[in-house]
Design a protein around this ligand. Structure first.
Ligand code: TXA
Ligand code: MG
Length: 376
């Protein structure tokens, strides 16, 4: 059995996890790889049989009524549709359909198993899928719709399939505030599983062009809209007992949570694993990422924050500032786009100036640490 420390941390046995992993392998094996809706073409002898070689015609859809109707019917027939949310663009699939979820994993090239967030369109749908204790209800009331994911025990009459939850007894639920995301989920009439719409390990997408460059030819449609305003993924809190646990820093800050609810979240300090993938290289550009840089060489690009520059920045290969006025909200909104832009230049490394660790800085620094983590 593969050790999965974060599962133990949140009090879940790894037994069910393994069962679901086997079922994922079965479903993504290329010879069994077809969905009700078809459109899967296989290339010969893919190097990694779990991923298959996939080519699909990717439609670009406009987010008007017609576009959203088409997107919803694609989702209902088991196909994959990328759509904007307030945090990042998501790659959507019917969370109740294991075939669709298996196709989603393959399209992302996600080699490992990791539960997906089910996106719902209102509080009632959330409470049908999960069991909300008073703590979860309070957080949902305070921050939904918005960039918060709640991990709660699955309910008996929930519709989200095992594969979406990676075989766990809990489910990650998010009620997004983005009007296009909400309209799409409502029209689809079922929970929509949506990880960030990027190839596994790549930088998350905050613009439709980012999704296109990562996933065109691997998904069925992309709803094109404006840039995601928050720019980092949702905050994830597990409410499995009376202790709220922070599983991922994100768009809702710990300060906001305390201000609105008086709750202090428990988390594991000192860089220990608190969510799947936390130790892995993630959100990674091709260039090496160097954190807390005090100076930069001419072979490097530099990502600055605030009005203060760092030594050598004027002669760096490229220079961008996440927020010249030192605003962390603006910095979060620019983070992934600027990393992509600097990466395109083809530099030896991207040097990152220090970024304060409070407010949204916690999420920004978390993502940067993972971008800088050793690549496997
Ligand atoms: O902002 C977001 O959350 C974006 C947008 C598209 O909504 N989605 C997103 O999904 O970031 P993804 O797959 O990149 O990250 C989802 C994370 C997983 O890494 C997993 O750790 C956690 O959610 N998760 C989901 N269900 C869970 C569960 N039952 N227990 C523990 N963690 C869970
Ligand atoms: Mg992601």
């Amino acid at each position: 059995m593969v050790p999965v420390p974060w599962l133990n941390f949140i009090g879940i046995s790894t037994q069910t996890h393994d069962k679901a992993q086997r079922s994922l392998r079965r479903l993504t094996r290329p010879t069994h790889f077809s969905t009700d809706a078809g459109t899967v073409t296989k290339k010969s002898s893919p190097a990694n049989p779990d991923l298959g070689g996939i080519t699909r015609d990717t439609k670009r859809l406009v987010p008007d009524h017609r576009g959203l109707d088409e997107a919803a019917s694609l989702l209902k027939s088991g196909q994959l549709v990328a759509f904007p949310t307030e945090t990042v663009y998501g790659l959507g699939a019917d969370a109740t359909n294991p075939q669709a979820i298996a196709a989603l994993y393959a399209a992302k090239g996600r080699p490992q198993f990791n539960p997906l967030i089910a996106h719902i369109a209102d509080h009632a749908d959330a409470e049908r899928e999960g069991r909300f204790n008073p703590l979860a209800l309070e957080l949902a009331k305070a921050f939904w719709p918005g960039p918060l994911t709640l991990v709660v025990p699955r309910s008996e009459n929930g519709t989200v399939c095992d594969l979406t939850c990676a075989g766990l007894d809990s489910v990650g639920l998010r009620f997004p505030s983005h009007p296009i995301a909400r309209a799409l989920i409502e029209k689809a009439g079922r929970p929509i599983a949506a990880p960030s719409a990027n190839r596994s390990g790549h930088i998350s997408p905050t613009e439709s062009d980012h999704v296109w460059s990562d996933l065109s030819g691997r998904i069925d449609a992309l709803i094109e809209a404006y840039a995601s305003p928050v720019g980092v993924e949702s905050t994830i809190i597990a409410c499995l007992d009376t202790t709220p646990r922070l599983l991922r820093h994100g768009g809702i800050t710990q300060e906001e949570i305390f201000e609105k609810t008086g709750l202090r979240l428990h988390s594991m300090e000192g860089g220990a694993v608190i969510a799947p993938g936390m130790l892995d290289s993630h959100y990674a550009p091709d260039a090496r990422v160097r954190l807390n840089a005090q100076s930069v060489t001419a072979a490097e690009a530099v990502l600055l924050f605030g009005p203060v520059s760092i030594e050598g920045a004027d002669h760096a290969k490229a220079r961008l500032n996440l927020s010249p006025r030192g605003d962390l909200t603006e910095a979060a909104a620019h983070l992934y786009d600027y990393l992509r832009r600097l990466d395109r230049i083809g530099c030896q490394a991207i040097a990152i100036a220090p970024i304060p660790d409070h407010g949204l800085g916690a999420a920004i620094n978390d993502r940067l640490r993972r971008a800088a983590a050793p690549r496997s």
